[in-house]
Design a protein around this ligand. Structure first.
Ligand code: HBI
Ligand code: FE
Length: 287
């Protein structure tokens, strides 16, 4: 989940308790602070969302979710980190909420995934702007069990560290948004979702596959990096991978020359289509 206009806490109304953070913006999960009502809310969120996974999620996501088995209670980040570490060398760190881009990149580069520790309120069951523990955990953590995706995310963090110095943050933020949050992938059964922003949202999970409103465009790195996104509505376009390896290959080089080339090209609006786009028609989406 991304807050487009990220500001340092204290200068805007970000959720979460940022008091007592470590220098790297991490906090303790403080598991004991979750009460019975929040555990019940987690179970209802999980039950509702997991019903959609078999039909709409990429098989790699569905298998990882089943392996994590977090239906009954808010997960303990330390316990899950042990499972992750043996699978792909990643660990989870608890954060109070959104953290600055450069800090976020540093964690990813060190194979640490920042997970917000607070859980949404009852009234936010269907939608919230900032990431909470359900979005971050249910949406993002399963994909960290996949070696190809985990390798990409570590490389993404390293590119982000370099971009923080040499420019290109906006291009990387678009890549994260369209692929890590809202990515689709081809499977023998048709297009399926692996993005956290869609898989942690009942409405967007279904819409991303079934609706004829959004465009579904074949993944191509410069195209994604040129495309603006909206954080406050359903996506108007989705980008589609053939394989997860494609993501790592796309950024496995110095991106500085690409960023300079993109600086000279116009940005693309989410609903816009280029004649060079490979669009997935309705029939190609279903099995
Ligand atoms: N902070 N906690 C948290 N979670 C995110 O997903 C996140 C963030 N800060 C910045 C950010 N995402 C995006 O701008 C990335 O593209 C860097
Ligand atoms: Fe997210």
């Amino acid at each position: 989940m991304i807050s487009a206009m990220f500001q340092v806490p204290g200068t805007c109304k970000l959720r979460g308790d940022y008091a007592g953070m470590a220098a790297d913006w991490t906090v303790g999960q403080d598991y004991h602070r979750y009460d019975a009502a929040q555990q019940d809310r987690w179970r209802r969120l999980y039950r509702r969302q997991s019903k959609l996974i078999e039909t709409y999620a990429a098989p790699v996501f569905a298998a990882a979710l089943a392996k994590l088995g977090m239906a009954e209670a808010i997960p303990d980040f330390g316990a899950v980190s042990d499972v992750l570490a043996s699978a792909t060398g990643w660990r989870l760190v608890a954060v109070p909420g959104l953290i600055p881009n450069d800090v976020f990149f540093d964690h990813l580069a060190r194979r640490q995934f920042p997970v917000c520790r607070w859980l949404r309120e009852e009234a936010e069951l269907d939608y919230l702007v900032e990431p909470d523990v359900f979005h971050d955990f249910f949406g993002h953590v399963p994909m960290l069990l996949d070696p190809a995706f985990a390798r990409f995310l570590e490389a993404y963090g390293l590119r982000g560290q370099r971009a923080a110095a040499s420019g290109g943050i906006d291009y990387l933020a678009r890549l994260y948004w369209y692929m890590v949050e809202f990515g689709l992938i081809e499977t023998p059964c048709g297009l399926r979702a692996f993005g956290a922003g869609m898989l942690s949202s009942a409405g967007e999970t279904v819409r991303s596959i079934d609706s004829s409103a959004p465009h579904r465009i074949r993944f191509e790195l410069p195209r994604v990096m040129r495309t603006r996104y909206r954080i406050d509505r359903y996506q108007e376009c989705y980008f589609v991978l053939r394989t997860l390896d494609e993501l790592f290959s796309a950024i496995d080089r110095d991106l500085t020359p690409l960023f300079s080339a993109l600086d000279r090209l116009p940005t693309i609006e989410p609903m816009e289509i280029l004649d060079t786009d490979r669009i997935y028609p309705q029939n190609e989406r279903a099995a």
